[in-house]
Each structure stands twice: as C-alpha cells, then as structure tokens.
Design a protein around this ligand. Structure first.
Ligand code: BES
Ligand code: MN
Ligand code: ZN
Length: 491
C-alpha cells in the first residue's frame, strides 16, 4: 500500500472510506470539505443503507458538496468495546474488500476509526499491517497469476505521526508474508540447500549476517542428530545461523530456533498417505523465525538476536536412520531413535544445544512438533513449555492474548525427564510409546538447553489454517510472529 497522509478536509478521491459506529454520536466531528460527516451519514443510517456490525463492509453512493462519491463504510459496533482483535477484523475485511473490487485509489477518514480503548498509533499500525497481511496470496506456481495490485490510500487526519505507525505495521506484515512464502514453496523445490540460499539472498546487503553449515560441515562438527535425520535424503541438511546485532556490542543475544523440516515423510516410521499430505509445512517454525528476524531488522530493534534454523528432509533411502539406531548428539550424548517420525526433537536437540553456545539470555524455539499438541489444544492453539523463563512466559502470554494468537502452557515434569532417559542402550531416547507425547518431545528438546531459560512453542496446529479469514487465506499463518515481535519491541 502507498499511504499518503493528508491533513486537510479536502477529499479529491472518488472513493471515501469511513468507520461507522452503532451510535453516530460516538463519531467525533469530522469535516469533508465544508460538510459534516455525521450529517451526511444520518439519513443513510436512518434508511439502514449500511451495517454498523463490527467489520461489516457496505458500499453505497452519496453526494458531498454536490459531487458524487462512492462511500465504503466499515461497521465499528460500540466503539467503547473495540479491542485489538476487532481492528484486525475491521481493517482485514476492508482491505480484502478493496482488493477484491480492485479499488486502487481511495480516501480514508482516519479519525472515524478512533475509539476509546485502542490508541491511535496502534490503530494505524493494524491498518498498515492488514493492508498487506490480509490480502496475501500465493500463486507462484500457477500459470495464470493474478494481476499486480497496488492501493494508494490517502489518509485524512491531522495526526502526522501515524505515518510511522503505518510503516511499522507494514514491516510486520512483510515479515509474516515472507514466512508464508517459504511455507508455500513446494518441497521438491524448497530443499534444505535451496532454503539456505533463499535466506542468504533475503538478507544480502542487510545488517543480518547469514552463515550456512552444509552437510559435510555438520557431520565434521558433530551435529550427529541433524545429520542422522538428513542423511535419509540426497538433499542434505543445513544449519543456517542468522545474526542480527542491533543491540550493544557484547550484549548477550536472544536465541530464536526453528524447526525447518522441508519435508516430513516420517522416514522408515512412515506416515500414512493422508498423514503425509501438508508435511511440506513442517518448516513453518523456522520460516516464522526468519520472519521475526526480518521484522526486528526493519524495525531496527536495539537487541542482539541469533536465529538458528535446522533444515533437513526426513526421507527414506538406504542411508536413512531406522528405529533402533543410536546416534551421538552435538552434546556428546548418545540418543536411541525408536521412531524416525519423531525427527523434529532430534534436529532441535542439536540446534538448541548449538544456540546455547552463543550464551543467550533465553532460547525460544518454534516447531510444528507433535500431533499430540493438536489433539490436546485443537488446531487453533499453540502449546508453550517453560523452563527457567517464568517472567518471559508471562509477558509473552499477555502479548499473545492482546494480539489474539492463542497460546497455552503445558508442563515439563519429572515424569518426562525420566522418560527421555528410558533407553536400554543409550543416554536418551527420542520416543515413548506412552501418552503425553507433546510433553515428552518438549522435555527432550529442553534437555539440550542446559540451565539457560528456555521456551518451546509447539505450533503444529496453528502454523497453518484451512480456513481463510480476515487475517488472510488458508495456508501458512506466520503464527506468533506478531506476538514475538511485539514482545521483542518491549525488551
Ligand atoms: N511434523 C510432525 C508433527 C505434525 C503432525 C505437525 C501433524 C503438523 C501436523 C512431527 O514430526 C511428527 O511426525 N510427530 C509425530 C511424533 C510421534 C512419532 C511421537 C506425531 O505427532 O505423530
Ligand atoms: Mn515427523
Ligand atoms: Zn516433523
């Protein structure tokens, strides 16, 4: 979107966009030219030409100073009750409607969207974010691509400072859409090597430094678990390290670790034919980490961040790991593999251990890790597991609630800590036949974080959606990018 702040009441555009509360007296005094917006809207309201239900879009025609205009209204309901999520809906529906009717120029009366509980800067940020995020679409592999669409929006308000907020919102949307793009690339194309190359190109000429460890290097340096998962495919694994140093030199970083399984067939513990569908999305945790770092860079956050991406393809060839194998982790411990489909915890074990070498203040990892987390919480909620990071957990949960990204805590207990050691032959084992599989997996990963504060996010459910909404289309969602970026901004 191209946003132009206009601090006059003069509206040249044919299309005018206004927010309409249930009670027009909740509107502040707004002029269009010499006319009063409330007076213009009153007769239309009387004849129920538009709906004031939150997020409902209506289109009509009205005359302002003898000139005909197209009027697009967005319902605001009772503005006293509007929260963050309502604005996501309001602007998501608006930009999706503008996009589907291919409106490329319009004037938006910003002050008509104001309300009591949400600050104008936040409203402007959501506007910016939804102008890009809600209309995301991916047709990279279709012959008939949709024509490029660019909206120029003249935003009428005397509040000049909202331009920066709109820009910040757009930066977050760019990050979410970038993560969605990675998720949507078919797995025959997005191999670990190509993924690494794309990431390298993405941050070329930026202040994010990208380091790639190839197959050979990983083996040589002792990433035994990542190697074990990756060797079942001719498309070998990669570990990609992103370093963003926006903070003070020498200040300990925040580590963000992502599961980047570019395809999860299950390996010899092979998935069913329907279970395997959509397993190209098994790299979404890592894509979201890239999105978080991209947003941090664009927002120039004064923090040091290290991102570790464990990319591998979980396949079946004669080299592939098999149940009963034992491998040596980067930590030096031996791990018995009882189920090759429990590959996420293996690659993350090494990746989290590696992340810890950067002496981070905290490690956060993001992974489409277990079907069990989906069974426990449903498809629309993430599970989070905490070790030594109560305060961070509290602030992230608070932020997630505001931003309507649902996250609930599940425990790591002594039961699981004993279970991950229950191997006849090795120090650790990657699988239990018992219940509580999401907890087991989380505990396995946490083991490799040592005493460093650690939060593990199992996003197997909400990393993708099959329901289009005002947040965007079906497919990858960029889950938790908004929440984590907001938390990072508060650090
Ligand atoms: N990538 C899957 C988890 C998954 C399942 C993500 C469904 C999204 C939707 C993971 O690698 C996996 O296969 N987990 C197994 C673990 C089991 C073998 C202990 C699972 O959850 O079934
Ligand atoms: Mn698996
Ligand atoms: Zn997996």
């Amino acid at each position: 979107m191209k946003a132009i702040i206009n601090n006059t009441a003069k509206v040249e555009q044919e299309t005018i966009i206004v927010g309409v509360p249930e009670h027009l007296n909740q509107l502040e005094a707004i002029k269009i030219g010499e006319e009063d917006l409330k007076d213009l809207l009153s007769p239309l309201k009387e004849h129920q030409v538009f709906s004031t239900n939150v997020g409902t879009i209506s289109t009509t025609f009205f005359k302002v100073e003898e000139k005909a205009h197209k009027l697009i209204t967005v319902g605001l309901g009772n503005t006293k009750e509007l929260g963050y999520n309502d604005y996501l809906k309001i602007f998501g529906n608006l930009f999706q409607a503008l996009n589907s009717s291919r409106i490329t120029e319009a004037s938006l009366l910003f002050n008509s969207f104001k309300s009591q509980k949400v600050e104008k800067e936040i409203i402007a940020e959501i506007l910016g974010q939804q102008s890009e995020q809600s209309i995301y679409h991916f047709d990279g592999y279709k012959t008939n691509k949709s024509a490029p669409y660019q909206l120029t929006l003249e935003i009428h308000t005397e509040e000049d400072d909202i331009a920066k907020s709109i820009e910040n919102g757009e930066a977050i949307a760019t990050a979410v859409n970038l993560a969605r793009d990675y998720g949507n690339i078919p797995p025959n194309i997005l191999t670990p090597a190509y993924y690494a190359e794309l990431i390298e190109n993405q941050f070329n000429d930026t202040n994010v430094f990208v380091d790639i460890k190839d197959d050979e290097t990983l083996q040589k340096e002792g990433f035994g678990l990542i190697h074990a998962v990756g060797k079942g495919s001719k498309n070998g694994p990669r570990v990609i390290t992103l370093t963003y140093n926006g903070g003070k030199p020498g200040e300990n970083p925040i580590a963000l670790v992502g599961k980047g399984i570019t395809y999860d067939s299950g390996g010899y513990s092979i998935k069913s034919k329907t279970g395997m569908q959509t397993m190209k999305f098994d790299m979404c945790g890592s894509a979201n980490v890239i999105g978080m770092i991209e947003a941090a860079r664009q927002l120039a956050l004064p923090l040091n961040i290290v991102g570790i991406i464990a990319a591998a393809e979980n396949m079946v060839n004669e080299e592939a790991m098999k149940p009963d194998d034992v491998y040596t982790a980067l930590s030096g411990e031996s791990v018995e593999v009882l189920n090759t489909d429990a590959e996420g915890r293996l690659v993350l074990g090494d990746a989290v251990f590696y992340a810890n070498q950067f002496q981070p203040n905290i490690i956060l990892d993001f992974a489409t890790l277990t079907g069990a987390a989906v069974a426990a919480l449903g498809e629309d909620k993430a599970a989070v597991f905490n070790q030594n990071a109560e305060d961070t957990l509290k602030s992230i949960l608070g932020q997630a609630e505001i931003m309507d990204e649902k996250v609930f805590e599940l425990p790591i207990t002594a039961t699981e800590q004993a279970l991950i050691r229950k191997s006849e032959v090795a120090d650790l084992v990657n699988h239990t036949n018992g219940q509580g599989k999401a907890l087991f997996a989380a505990t396995f990963i946490n083991h490799f974080a040592g005493n460093t504060p650690h939060l593990h996010f199992d996003i197997a459910g909400p990393a993708t959606t099959n329901k289009p909404s005002y947040k965007g289309p079906a497919g990858p969602t960029g889950y938790l990018i908004s929440t984590i970026v907001q938390w990072l901004r508060n650090q």
